[in-house]
Design a protein around this ligand. Sequence first.
Ligand code: HEM
Length: 428
Amino acid sequence: MKENTPSDETKLFTKKVSRRKMLKTAGVGGIGVVIGASGIGGLLTLSDSRAKGQTKDIVPFYGAHQAGITTETQDNLYFASLEVTTDKRSDLIQLFKDWTEAAAQMTAGNLVGEASLNANMPPKDTGEAKELSPSNLTITFGVGPTLFSKDGKDRFGLKSKKPAELNALPKFPMDALEDSWSGGDICIQACADDLQVAFHAVRNLVRIGRGKTIIHWAQTGFQRTKQADSGKTTPRNLFGFKDGTVNPDTNDGSEMNEHVWVKVGDGPDWLVGGSYMVVRRIQMYIEVWDRTILKEQENTFGRHRDSGAPLGMKNEFDRVDLEAKDSNGNQIIPENSHMSLSRGDGKAKILRRPYSYADGMDPKTGSFNAGLLFICFQRNPSKQFIPIQERLAKNDKLNEYIVHRGSAIFACLPGVKKGGYIGDSLFG
Ligand code: HEM
């Protein structure tokens, strides 16, 4: 079959959607405006399969809960925190509708909007994920405290709906937070087994939001890839330790209900089935760590580096006994080790889903600018993340090697049913 030449494509496009109709749908008066316009409601419906026939590596977008929280962790992350610039509630609602449609398309491995066939218009989809697998892409949306009210102002008529738990986190000892890595009205967490697919997702959502939102901060994250570790062992962080050994079991629905999902009676009903996400951008002084002797490294975490076993034990998943003593009567796992302090009495659990980052060089010190984008989910931050971090910030041995540079909290909206949109329980 003859390939489409540009002029054939243009004809085909003109047949499918007349330019007049397109401008009308976009609600704008000229091509120059269309380029940056985001009012694309009707144009998102026709879409083109990215990698034809692809049915593998798709995580369902619709469901009781948003994907990207208890679904299997992917290799890569692109995280964006956005500020809302429009002051119209109706704009915001339309944006969530457009995002829902686009997110459903992209997670299914489709392009956003119809294939671009008009050489005189910018393509709808930005194109870099064409031919790429869906890569288990998940897109998770959350709303920050400032969406509900900012400087005392009820921005979108949402103030009375703000959950009591959704507040900027308290200042912890040792925090060195920077505004440029903190807060945000809305977050988009895109995780995929391919970074280009994750970036494409956020880029297209930000493009759709142009004129209504701007990026406040953004961060890429990585873990070892599934190709590099087909055995699915616990990933290691940039200090070389297995990170993620102890976490609530995401396959156990009752554990997720107890620790992760917001329940009826926890706060406003619109958030039932959602979850609170805490994000901390933690810089890790890897050069200092690299000069630290192994024994000290292991005492810092309370685990052996190679096996990931609790100190004094052999295997990663061996039972942790914080009281165990050596033959001289000394406690084997130091009380100020990261494991000991983060565990506490073991009752308050968080679901950790962090990614490492490496952002070139820190110009102030000439060292690596690297660390952990610590992300965790929970049902109640004031009973879960906050008390754990209070203990860590005061005494954690790990504090010699890390510093918290960014902080944010978001209420991740409940999942969405086909026909609905992300945020419909909040705005409805
Ligand atoms: C750069 C910062 C951090 C690094 C490198 C780090 C690393 C680790 C490592 C290696 C473990 C032991 C293995 C495991 O169970 O996964 C661990 C456990 C844990 N960490 Fe962190 N962590 C960091 C920050 C945090 C923060 C900010 C929190 C929460 C406030 C936290 C909470 C926990 C919890 C709850 C555990 C499991 C403890 C248990 O019950 O055994 N971590 N972390």
